[in-house]
Design a binder for this molecule. Structure first.
Ligand code: NAP
Length: 244
């Protein structure tokens, strides 16, 4: 049988990089970064792992998405079987100071780009009657978080979006699910100061930040056939911080 292809957005660092590493043991992995430097990092990692795959550029320039689509089709003669929508940014400030630019930049990357990527690649999945789509959301999309109205709006929107999509494509053998991380040790959480980290840890029953591996292991389950009857669901990976 042909090896399946997994496309992971935002795979140059953090959670996405770890997902790429984990999935590379079983799948062809295409990872995206926003720049040539990021893509070189991904290609070097794929080389070091002796894995099958490639790094390619994806950012808010629509040409990059078109090129990504064409490049995957020309390399593999088919689209990805697995799509991990992981790329995301924060741009935090209290709502009263939230500029339209800060609002738009987070909505554009976290929500609009996710919509465009998913719409671009789901068509091939519908044709081939197979697909696994995973959205990396966030615990704060369920709870809210001061200083993150833009980020929380983008993540909550994806949770609703994924449920509607899951219903629309369920009969086409496409599973659509979310993984909602709590606080995971990456560049994103390195931006928090010690006081903010302490405040978070007092609320986490396990008293530690999560590791990117904790997210990748949940991804591995959701893209496997072991979860074939699960769709429209969110797996919470947060050390007990939030229990819906
Ligand atoms: P990260 O370390 O900051 O990495 C972000 C990734 O997204 C990088 O690969 C980056 O590429 C890419 N990216 C940034 N802007 C982009 C754009 N406009 N278009 C396409 N790709 C873009 O983030 P992370 O902590 O691993 O987070 C990954 C996902 O998990 C995000 O969706 C985040 O919201 C979610 N999450 C993280 C945590 C946490 O505690 N870390 C908690 C909850 C949810 P470059 O390297 O080229 O910039």
């Amino acid at each position: 049988m042909d090896k399946k292809i997994a496309l992971i957005t935002g795979a140059s660092r953090g959670i996405g990089q770890n997902i790429l590493k984990t999935l590379s043991k079983e799948y062809i992995v295409i990872g995206t970064g926003t720049s040539k430097d990021s893509v070189s990092k991904i290609n070097q990692l794929i080389l070091d792992l002796k894995a099958d795959g490639k790094g390619l550029i994806l950012n808010n320039d629509p040409n990059t998405l078109e090129d990504l689509f064409n490049e995957i089709l020309s390399l593999y003669n088919k689209g990805p079987d697995i799509l991990i929508n992981n790329a995301g940014i924060t741009s935090d400030t209290l709502f009263i100071k939230m500029s339209e630019d800060k609002w738009q930049s987070v909505i554009e990357t976290n929500l609009n780009l996710t919509f465009k990527v998913t719409q671009t690649f789901i068509k091939q999945m519908i044709k081939s009657k197979y697909g696994k789509i995973v959205f990396i959301t966030s615990v704060v999309g369920h709870t809210g978080n001061p200083g993150q109205t833009n980020y929380v709006a983008s993540k909550s929107a994806i949770i609703g979006f994924s449920k509607s999509l899951a219903i629309e494509v369920a009969s086409r053998n496409i599973n659509v699910n979310c993984i909602s991380p709590g606080f995971i040790s990456t560049d994103m959480t390195d931006n928090l100061n010690d006081n903010q980290k302490d405040a978070i840890l007092t609320k986490v029953p396990m008293k530690k930040l999560g590791k990117p591996d904790d997210i990748s292991n949940a991804v591995l389950f959701l893209v496997s056939d072991k979860s074939s009857y699960i769709t429209g669901e969110t797996i919470h990976v947060n050390g007990g911080l939030f229990m819906p």
